[in-house]
Design a protein around this ligand. Structure first.
Ligand SMILES: [Zn+2]
Length: 208
């Protein structure tokens, strides 16, 4: 298995492509990081509904014909530029100061997309000899999810970023959901697994 990371020019968000036996699963496809056609993408997984993590969904669906899987709350939000925050991209850039932008990237403020498969709380599937477990992580956004691969690789979206505390001030953010639902779930993950965050490079999980 190989996990490749692509960094989008849109807020330096990470797209991950997991490859095995010539097939692939994509996480958070970016608009400007489309791999060559011919890659066999079985599923597109989303960590949450924010525009900078879904900007390539339509292009990747066109190119690869893969279904999108995310939480129900994420699916409800990605189809609405207000709720996926594309509409307020400027405010969004200003809040995410930790990204340290040289200049504000161009945004499609009308961007919307859709999901083919959704789940409410937990979703498991097997793929090419690997196991995936997705579970809801509300707080940073209503539709957040963590994606655990083989119990040892965790795609965290913006719920775990290296050296940064989670941003709960964006529209739809909830400190209460974060503390009551998501924090206990993150604390239940074992030390030493690899975290693949929504921004910045992967790192080793060490609970404080
Ligand atoms: Zn986000």
């Amino acid at each position: 298995m190989e996990i490749r990371r692509f960094v989008s020019d849109l807020l330096q968000s990470n797209t991950y492509v997991i490859e095995e036996n010539g097939r692939a699963i994509a996480v958070d496809p970016g608009r400007d990081v489309l791999p060559a056609r011919g890659l066999a993408v079985d599923r597109i997984l989303l960590t949450h509904e924010h525009y900078d993590h879904i900007s390539g969904v339509n292009a990747w669906k066109d190119a690869f014909g893969a279904p999108v899987l995310c939480t129900q709350a994420c699916a409800a939000a990605i189809g609405d530029p207000k709720r996926n925050l594309a509409r307020i991209f400027d405010v969004f850039c200003e809040l995410q100061t930790w990204i340290r932008l040289k200049e504000k990237p161009d945004a499609d403020r009308t961007f919307a997309c859709s999901a083919e498969e959704t789940f409410e709380d937990v979703f498991r599937f097997a793929w090419q000899g690997h196991s995936f477990r997705l579970f809801a992580l509300p707080g940073h956004s209503p539709g957040g999810a963590g994606i655990l691969l083989d119990g040892s690789h965790f795609f965290s979206g913006d719920s775990l970023l290296p050296g940064e505390s989670v941003e709960l001030r964006l529209p739809g953010g909830s400190k209460r959901a974060w503390e009551e639902i998501s924090l206990p779930r993150l604390k239940a993950l074992p030390d030493g697994i690899t975290i693949y965050p929504g921004h910045f490079a992967p790192f080793t999980y060490q609970k404080a």
